[in-house]
Design a protein around this ligand. Structure first.
Ligand SMILES: [Zn+2]
Length: 423
């Protein structure tokens, strides 16, 4: 399976929005933009919601059938490893092998030596087309990189071969993610990683490195956009070089695990991918669940009441909800309105606080992050939540489609340079 050039990860925590999500890609198709949807759901999300991987496949297939979508689409087993992959083998055709936990575990010295022996080109003056300054590496420096990353790449090889033995090599797309770690990989590190991945025989089609800055859930990028742009472009250059040198798939591209809504880096991504003629995979997730809440609140009545109950529940359980996401949220508790205050809000006030429109003075990024990680509260409501989703389907699906198309797809891939703010 060869991955399409531009792919868009659309998480759907409760499995009810595949159709409006796909509609956003259809709107793009009508404008001549090919964006291939990829339904990603991580093991953590499944555990929190109490869902099973085959449900993601069923929802995607049903949406594609209902809307007569005749292009590809993928189902991504997101952030899996050997402990968790089994449940995804039948239903997924895209596997994100998460080996960030293995970074820094030292590889066997003999394996490091073997890598250095196979790849003398990694040592010395490294010139890569698209990177202005050639850089110098030493044998010790490359050995140190290999010690830090080779075990993780070998781990990816083990996971890849396990999936390959179950599914057959031609039947799935392989991504390797190293984003959930502290430091961005340098060009030299990425080059060593890709050389090692080729040696492992991993037909890598997307790789998610760590980028500079904070990718907090559901809110904009917090960091140095110029530095991000430079790292992103350098990574594209290294990938192009590695594809040529090491025979990795020509489709190999970068994957940005955005945590949703990193609007201020969309323009640099767009500019750099155009310059390199490269594709990109941009993964979002919780932005869709927040549109469910916006659609509920917009509908008023029982929908608005439920949206307020979710906030109250999330507010009360905020410490427990935030703990697993501590590295990817920054919530100023002093800026969270009390549940009692939110109870008095109109539909307009609730949606203004939650909808990701930075031009709106009432937008509250702290509330948005809390609700982003608060989906467990809705999951616990069970039938009441699903019943209300069905009742408020019109406003929810409208918001889901519009969010993906106008705030994400147009700025990333649209023909005209759409403003990041679309309200
Ligand atoms: Zn990730």
């Amino acid at each position: 399976m060869r991955i399409a050039k531009n792919t868009f990860g659309v998480g759907d925590r409760f499995g009810r929005q595949a159709k409006p999500q796909l509609r956003a890609c259809m709107l793009a198709a009508e404008q001549g933009i090919e964006v291939i949807p990829t339904w990603n759901k991580s093991h953590r999300e499944h555990l929190t919601v109490g869902s099973e991987p085959p449900g993601v496949r069923r929802a995607a297939d049903a949406a594609a059938r209902a809307l007569r979508w005749d292009k590809p689409y993928y189902v991504d087993a997101d952030h899996i490893n050997l402990d968790t992959v089994d449940g995804y083998l039948d239903s997924a055709d895209f596997f994100t092998l998460d080996v960030a936990y293995a970074i820094g575990k030292p590889a066997a010295p003999a394996a490091v030596d073997a890598l250095l022996g196979r790849h003398p080109e990694l040592i010395g003056r490294i010139e890569i087309g698209g990177i202005e300054q050639p850089f110098e590496t030493t044998r010790e420096g490359v050995a140190a990189i290999a010690s830090r990353y080779l075990f993780a790449v070998q781990e990816a090889g083990r996971i890849y071969r396990y999936i390959e033995s179950a599914k057959g090599a031609e039947n799935f797309i392989t991504e390797v993610s190293m984003d959930e770690t502290d430091d961005p990989q340098t060009p030299a590190e990425l080059l060593v990683i890709l050389a090692a991945a080729a040696d492992e025989g991993i037909p890598l089609q997307t790789i998610a490195p760590k980028f500079t800055g904070r990718f907090n859930k559901g809110v904009d990028y917090a960091g140095d956009v110029a530095q991000f742009s430079k790292e992103f472009a350098n990574d594209l250059a290294v990938i192009a070089c590695a594809v040529e040198r090491y025979g990795l798939p020509e489709t190999l591209k970068l994957s940005v695990h955005s945590g949703s809504d990193k609007f201020s880096i969309y323009a640099p991504i767009r500019e750099a991918t155009a310059r390199f003629g490269a594709g990109v995979h941009v993964k979002t997730a919780g932005t869709n669940w927040l549109e469910e809440l916006i659609g509920l609140a917009e509908a008023g009545g029982g929908g608005l009441a439920l949206a307020k109950d979710v906030y109250a529940g999330a507010y009360d359980a905020r410490e427990a909800l935030c703990a697993p996401y501590a590295a990817v949220i920054d919530i100023d508790a002093a800026k969270l309105p009390s549940p009692a205050e939110v109870r008095t809000w109109s539909s307009r006030q609730y949606t203004a606080a939650l909808r990701h429109d930075r031009a709106n003075a009432d937008f509250n990024a702290d509330l948005r992050q809390l609700l982003h990680v608060g989906y467990k509260i809705a999951a616990k409501m069970g039938a009441r939540y699903f019943g209300m989703l069905a009742e408020c389907e019109e406003s929810i699906s409208r918001n889901v489609t519009e969010n993906l198309y106008r705030r994400h797809i147009e700025p990333l891939w649209g023909a005209r340079r759409a403003p990041a703010e679309s309200e």
